[in-house]
Structure formats: C-alpha cells, structure tokens
Design a protein around this ligand. Structure first.
Ligand code: URA
Length: 237
C-alpha cells in the first residue's frame, strides 16, 4: 500500500501561524491570530500598573509567537532525513542564511527570543534616534555581517508608530543591497499610519505584528497602545 507523501514545497505565502494576511497599500501585514490567550497576554502588559517583571515576562511570550510567525515567512527548501525506522521523511529546511537586526534600544527586547529559536543566529545592530530639534531620525551606529545582502533579514522593533525609524532602518538595509523581499519586520504593535508609511515606500517588506492599534495621539503614541515600550521593558528613560 502506498501512502501519499506530503507536498514539501513551501507555500508562496505560508500563513499557517498567522490567521490574517492583509494588504494595506501593498504592504503584507501578518497579524497573529487574535486568540483569547493573546488578548490575555496583551491585557497584562497594557495595564499601566503592570509590574516590570510581568511586563518583561508576558511581552517575551508574545515576542516568541511573533518570532515563530516570522520564521514561517522565510524560504524553505526540500531536505530529506532517514527516520529511526529506516524510512525517508521528505522534509524542509531553511533555504537561506538569516540575520537578526534589532533597532536599538527597544528592538533589543526581541533578541533573546530570536536567539532561543535560532541558536547561533548572527545579530546585527542599527542605532537610530530622533533628533530632538529636527524630529528627524538620525543614524548613529550600525554593525552587520559583510554578506548581509545575501541573507534573509529579521528586522526587530516592537513599535511601528509614525514609521520614521522603520523607514530609516530599511533604507540602511537597502543601501547595503538587501532586497525588500528579504526583509521581515518583526513588530509588536503598530497602527494604520505606520503600516501605510512602510507600505508606500517599501511594498515588498513584510510586517509581522500582534496588534494593530486605532491610531496615534498628538505625541505620536499609539492608542490605546502600551506607552513607551522601551522605558517599560528596560526600566530606563
Ligand atoms: N514608541 C513607543 O514606545 N510607543 C508608542 O506608542 C509609539 C512609539
């Protein structure tokens, strides 16, 4: 008797871990399934009175879900193994090398979960800060593997609000020869303004997120939002 083998070519848009696949002005936004569990995790950390240890712990759980969803979007290639009973399992493995690039500072909150699921992954850095007078994002520091143009890049920043920092970071990667289609922006919460900003300029960049907020207030904070993610996660101003 022959048993049909599973197809092993990765789907064009493998969205198994993400229930919703949106096109906002051309941007691919992969929103995590809005399960009761995810809402319960968000409830802990959105509470203004959350203790820091709870914020860090429950944010970490959501970041793990985001990381797994982001890995689902990467290209895979056929790879067979022999099972302990001597049969062939027609499997898959990552087709290309990866690099994680946190945007300092808040993006560094996502580094540990990425390392936990991809041991030994290369980690670049981009430090961008908004100039207090011009309000324009300014690039201070970068570090990348020299072959970054051939890698799949997981760009890490939990906040995508106006999109100013994200656009500056993507521009740095593009200038190094990274194709838009190689960039997965791993994001915690975003809003229509941020999605539109990235989508208009870089429609090939995919965004993985756990929440899409209503919008921005006059201080460019997302609403209902989470406050300043970096301040709350790291306990500094
Ligand atoms: N950055 C944050 O940390 N929070 C926001 O709401 C917007 C930008």
């Amino acid at each position: 008797m022959s048993i049909a083998t599973q197809p092993r070519t990765a789907a064009a848009h493998p969205t198994a871990a993400t229930s919703t696949y949106h096109h906002h002005l051309g941007t691919s936004v992969h929103l995590l399934p809005q399960t009761d569990q995810l809402r319960a995790l968000h409830t802990v950390i959105r509470d203004r009175d959350a203790r820091r240890e709870d914020f860090v712990f429950y944010a970490g759980r959501i970041i793990r879900l985001l990381t797994e969803a982001a890995l689902n979007l990467l290209p895979f290639e056929p790879y067979d193994v022999t099972t302990p009973v001597g049969r062939t399992y027609q499997g898959l493995r990552f087709a290309e090398n990866l690099v994680g690039v946190p945007i300092v500072r808040a993006g560094e909150s996502m580094e540990a979960e990425l390392r936990a699921v991809v041991p030994g992954i290369r980690i670049g850095k981009i430090l961008i800060q908004r100039d207090k007078t011009t309000k324009q994002p300014r690039l201070y520091y970068t570090a990348f593997p020299e072959d970054i143009a051939t890698r799949q890049v997981l760009l890490l920043d939990p906040m995508l609000a106006t999109g100013g920092t994200a656009l500056a970071a993507i521009e740095v990667l593009r200038d190094l020869g990274v194709p838009e289609e190689h960039i997965v922006f791993v994001n915690f919460i975003t809003c229509p303004e941020g999605i539109a900003a990235v989508g208009e300029r870089y429609p090939g960049v995919r965004i993985v997120t756990s929440a899409i907020e209503e919008g921005l207030n006059e201080n460019a904070y997302m609403m209902p939002g989470i406050g300043d993610f970096g301040d709350r996660y790291f306990g500094t101003d």
